[in-house]
Design a protein. Sequence first.
Length: 115
Amino acid sequence: VQLVESGGGLVQPGGSLRLSCAASGFTFSESVMGWYRQAPGKGRQWVAVFIKTGNSIAYADSVKGRFTVSRDSAKNTVYLQMLSLKPEDSAVYYCNAHVRGQEYWGQGTQVTVSS
């Protein structure tokens, strides 16, 4: 199982970014995936997670209405579209997957929101 994030960078407040998580070694149907983030000096917090039953997505209150998760099964890739970014969104963003009873993390991608 491998998760590789990309798409991070420096963006001004109000801007947007789309993060990608390329997954390999498993299929979406056998996993529960999500996005987390960790700001300097803070613990890792969840941003959005797929709820396997019904395939719905839960979003943290801090990003609800601004962030959207989607996935492309043909590419085995999960995306995190981030709009109206705020300085407090600055963090390392991680892709997470629970596969066959094991938990996996990507290496993370840095998002910095600053003018």
